[in-house]
Design a protein around this ligand. Structure first.
Ligand SMILES: [Zn+2]
Length: 482
């Protein structure tokens, strides 16, 4: 049975014999019924119009997206249909990197509108990184005064000689939170601990091990100057920042980073070494675990949960309560963690990173990726709480390019997040998607044309070579030697 909806509802029936020929929204009624799950809903369309049943606002919102797609695709001819629907995963996220390039509130709202259409429920907002701090924190004004400005941009061969700047005020961030709330989307802010902290250290050099002044970075990379884990002033800083963040963002989760943090400075820092000795730690990765655990426990006292990237598992001492976002796993650490009760969000870079060209990560590859490994025992599969697709913006400085990279692949991840594996089928998905995707144009967004979704061998090879060529950067190579 085929119906032009993305993501595909998990149960539906229509025989395409009778059709509702009036405006569906003028003939829709909603009834709350506690028997429905948090995000579940049912819709019955018959001669009276649409009857929606759900248990709360989230279910109502998701039912509304389904009706919107039906109205768009079958306007004046909506087949009588019954739909019983609820998501496969409770966590269905998209991430936008606003540190490498700043995007206006207006642009973000366009991306949020589109994400809502595809029933995403988490917006992971990457607000700080080496190349810019974009979140206003009243107690530390230099974070945005100094940390949001870089002199120029040189990401690979992408070069812009002009200063790049921009940050979100408290009221703008609250505005985004409110906007998302109406669409049943939680906003999860991210602060990077201890790495990717150049912009932060540029503003407040006392936060690093050697306290030297470093620039807001102008190129991509992994940088050795990270937050000192042995200095109590660093914890005081982090806790103060978190106090303000949690006052702005009501989400149960805060993302606290934990990725790509070289330990060169910690190995030589007297304070870090002293802290390790005090704690009886033998490996700097354990010190990172200690640092993140301490931040987690601070958040916990505020009734919050924490997410970290998977490198934070390296020290083997990360608190069980921390949810791990798996982007690049080498030794099945996440599988082991899920097998011992830890919660995992799947963001495999090779399948879900949309900053790679379609020639490298074609739509089918994204769609068919199974976030649950076959080797994970049945009883632990519930610990894979969901999926998230990120867009990193080193090479993306405008909303048109961003949306063209994200769509169609965001839609593919949304279907994996919502639709049960047994109901998924790529050929059917691509037919449905061609009908639904033009809807994002009215939000002012673009998308890749369907002939580009799964490029053949030669086209892919060309795109991959171009991508690799564009990555080359003298500044990056120089900074690795520092
Ligand atoms: Zn240190």
């Amino acid at each position: 049975m085929h119906i032009n909806l993305v993501p595909l509802p998990n149960e539906f029936h229509t025989d395409y014999k009778l059709f509702f020929r009036k405006s569906i929204f003028e003939n829709t009624s909603v009834e709350y019924d506690s028997k429905y799950s948090a995000e579940g809903y049912s819709i019955v369309i018959d001669e009276k119009g649409a009857k929606v049943r759900c248990s709360n606002k989230a279910g109502e919102n998701f039912a509304y997206q389904t009706l919107k797609q039906l109205e768009y695709n079958y306007s004046g001819n909506i087949p009588y249909i019954t739909i019983e629907d609820k998501p496969a995963f409770s966590y269905r996220g998209f991430m936008i990197d606003c540190a490498r390039h700043f995007f206006s509130v207006e642009d973000l709202k366009k991306m949020i509108d589109a994400a809502c259409l595809f029933k995403f429920n988490k917006f992971h907002w990457h607000l700080v990184d080496d190349q810019g701090w974009r979140m206003e924190i009243k107690k530390y004004p230099l974070l945005t005064e100094k940390g949001s400005v870089r002199t120029h941009s040189n990401f690979g061969r992408y070069y812009n000689p002009n200063p790049h700047t921009g940050y979100y005020t408290v009221s703008q961030m609250k505005d985004i939170v409110e906007y998302c709330k109406k669409k049943s989307i939680d906003v999860i802010p991210e602060i990077e601990i201890p790495g990717h902290a150049s912009a932060c250290i540029h503003a407040y050099p006392h936060l690093s091990c050697n306290q030297s002044v470093i620039p807001v970075r102008t190129h991509a990379g992994i940088f050795k100057d990270i937050l000192c884990a042995g200095n109590e002033k660093v914890y005081e800083f982090i806790f103060n920042v978190l106090d303000e963040m949690t006052a702005i963002f009501p989400s149960e989760y805060v993302h606290i980073g934990g990725d790509e943090a070289p330990k060169d400075r910690w190995d030589k820092c007297p304070l870090c070494q002293k802290k390790m000795k005090e704690l009886g730690l033998t490996d700097a990765e354990q010190l990172q675990g200690y640092m993140l655990n301490r931040v987690f426990s601070y958040l916990n006292k505020k009734g919050k949960k924490a997410i970290t990237w998977n490198e934070s598992l390296r020290g083997n001492n990360l608190e069980k309560g921390i949810t791990v976002q798996n982007w690049r796993e080498k030794n099945d650490e996440c599988l082991l963690r899920a097998s011992s009760g830890g919660k995992i969000i799947v963001s495999d870079f090779f399948h879900y990173y949309t900053d790679y060209p379609l020639g490298m990560t074609p739509l089918k590859k994204t769609y068919e990726y199974n976030p649950i490994k076959e080797t994970l025992e049945e009883s632990y599969r519930k610990n894979i709480i969901g999926v998230e697709t990120p867009i990193w913006t080193e090479f993306i400085d405008n909303i048109e390019k961003m949306s063209t990279m994200c769509y169609p692949r965001f839609a593919a991840v949304s279907e994996t997040g919502w639709t049960l594996k047994k109901n998924k089928n790529y050929d059917d998905f691509s037919i449905r998607l061609k009908k639904v995707l033009p809807m994002i144009e009215k939000y002012g967004l673009s998308y890749a044309d369907s002939y580009e979704w799964d490029p053949g061998f030669f086209k892919s090879a060309k795109q991959i070579i171009k991508f690799a060529y564009n990555m080359y950067n003298k500044e990056t190579i120089k900074s690795r030697k520092e």
